[in-house]
Design a protein around this ligand. Structure first.
Ligand code: HEC
Ligand code: HEC
Length: 319
């Protein structure tokens, strides 16, 4: 009697896996798969699914999904199912817009990746630079949306500003199926609280004292990597590497077009969260909010085109 129980459980599990795989395959077939492709051929403006999305690979993914969905420890979490319509749509959009660089399976080895620097991210690693969450955690959907919409300056990651929100949402859901980190780590991580920009930041006179403090903090904490003038030329700059074993030079902070974004708030966020996978650490514990803003004020003063402010505008108005 005891022996037959595990046997029945095994049979039930096997049937469930096969059942889910078959039903997922049917949904795929009818939505973006082969049926839809036939339908598209008969004159329609609907985009055709990429030819190379072979049926065998789809069945493989769906069988994996069947296995996963019968695993009770995963069922309880808010993890997108592989037959979720957004995942299928996301895969289709990913093949179309992202796979040339990030690779079809997100392994970072797309056909354009060769010779690219920085390399397209290996999305299967589940390590993200641009987050509003603490060091070592996964980004929020909003962070991924910011990256996809804005692109990443000083890298080949383009902006997808033109995509409708539905497509960006589907891409985000799909990106989250590429690494098992999304299943292992508690989701969503809590975003770090970011204070509003201080009022003095854009006022030349008031920000001067903060800038002086910021300059000292910068010399002691940042210059060893970013160089005395923040131009990225330090002694160790050339020897720094990221966790993927690629050279990772400290940014030239005099530029307005930084990877993290064009706003001073973007710099603040980087100082709070650090850039995972790179030598750029978080300064959340080491500095107070005020000190972080002091450093931001100093970096703002390094920018070649200083931010226009009220005082400056008045000066310019004088004949
Ligand atoms: C022309 C090449 C290219 C294309 C196309 C491209 N990317 Fe990227 N992507 C990159 C590169 C290069 C990086 C790494 C930049 C870096 O690490 O500084 C990157 C990084 C990323 C990151 C990591 C961001 C982080 O916080 O670390 C995400 C997420 C991402 N891309 C998503 C996408 C999605 C989604 C698409 C399609 C809609 C896409 N990419 C299309 C080149 C590309
Ligand atoms: C151990 C070396 C190291 C230290 C110390 C360091 N940084 Fe960085 N920082 C880096 C590297 C490397 C990058 C580039 C990461 C990349 O391109 O992916 C970076 C990136 C940045 C960025 C993002 C730039 C962009 O293009 O988005 C900012 C802002 C920044 N650092 C500011 C600072 C400030 C301010 C300090 C001091 C409080 C500091 N860093 C200390 C290594 C360092």
């Amino acid at each position: 009697m005891r022996l037959t129980e595990p046997l029945w459980a095994g049979v039930a599990l096997f049937t469930a896996v096969i059942g889910i795989t078959l039903s997922s395959y049917w949904i795929w077939h009818r939505s973006i798969g082969a049926d839809a492709a036939k339908f598209n051929r008969k004159a329609t403006s609907l985009p055709r699914p990429p030819d190379e999305l072979g049926e065998t690979s789809v069945v493989g993914v769906l069988a994996g999904s069947g296995l996963q969905q019968t695993n009770p420890s995963i069922l309880s979490r808010d993890f997108p199912r592989f037959d979720d319509e957004r995942v299928l749509q996301g895969r289709y959009l990913f093949e179309r817009h992202c796979a040339a660089c990030h690779g079809r399976w997100g392994d970072g080895r797309g056909e354009l990746a060769e010779g690219m620097h920085p390399k397209p991210r290996k999305l299967t690693a589940g390590v993200f630079k641009f987050r509003s969450t603490p060091t070592g955690s996964l980004p929020m959907d909003l962070d991924l949306e910011r990256t996809i919409r804005r692109g990443i300056a000083n890298s080949s990651m383009p902006s997808f500003q033109h995509l409708p929100s539905r497509d960006v949402d589907a891409l985000i859901v799909f990106v989250k199926t590429l690494s098992s980190n999304w299943r292992r780590q508690a989701q969503p991580s809590m975003p770090m609280s970011l204070p509003a920009e201080p009022a003095w930041l854009y006022l030349t006179v008031e920000s001067e004292t903060h800038r002086v403090v910021g300059k000292e903090l910068f010399a002691a904490n940042c210059a060893p990597c970013h160089g005395e003038r923040g131009d990225g030329s330090s002694e160790i700059a050339k020897s720094l590497e990221d966790v993927w074993g690629q050279p990772c030079a400290p940014s030239d902070l005099r530029h307005e077009g930084l990877k993290c974004g064009p706003e001073l708030m973007d710099i603040f966020r980087v100082l709070v969260t650090g850039l995972d996978g790179t030598p750029m650490p978080s300064f959340r514990e080491a500095f107070t909010d005020e000190q972080l803003w002091d450093v931001v004020a100093y970096i703002a003063s390094l920018r070649r085109k200083p931010a226009m402010d009220a005082t400056k505008a008045e000066e310019l108005d004088e004949p």
